[in-house]
Ligand binder design. Sequence first.
Ligand code: ITT
Length: 192
Amino acid sequence: MKLIFATNNAHKAEEIRSVLKGDIQVITLKEAGIDLEIPEPYDSLEENARSKSTTIFAMTGINCFSEDTGLEVAALGGEPGVKSARYAGEGRSFDANIDKLLARLEGVTDRKARFRTVISLFIDGRETQFEGICEGRITEKRKGENGFGYDPVFVPDGAALSFAEMDMAGKNKFSHRKKATEKLVAFLNSLS
Ligand code: ITT
């Protein structure tokens, strides 16, 4: 089966490919020759994920999926949440986003946070969504060089290392994205 993954984020594509095996061939927007920043105008991960998959399906007519992910910090009322990519502004800088997050949490003892991924699959004209959650906490400072986004300041529950101190296999033991992707795979397998 061939699916377009409606993303411009190469890290996401790498992580999802590490979970998908054999039969499911994933093509990113870049690989499909589509140069488009898909708008994410909504207040929920669910609506933004749907917007990305339906936009690309309408353009290509090819079955596709997208995902929207947010970091939800309890002490900040769920922020940055749906605004995770642009938390510190339109520059979408991972570094500036982390700086803002650590500044907001200065002196705050409740560091509880979670990543939430919503995958929107658009297949044969019908949409289905899959959710993956990883609970954890925000560190006081950056640790590690791997991964992307907020990985240097997020330690999942049950781990001593931040996501950025783990390799792909390590992150996949806890990852929100892996959990959502496994549900996607199970659904696709149930179709065939
Ligand atoms: P798309 O093209 O798929 O929309 P994006 O980077 O804009 O890519 P999102 O809208 O889902 O993706 O933005 C979520 C942001 O949250 C992303 O830019 C990262 O900063 C952060 N993020 C998402 N998944 C993450 C992960 O696994 N680890 C760390 N940070 C993550």
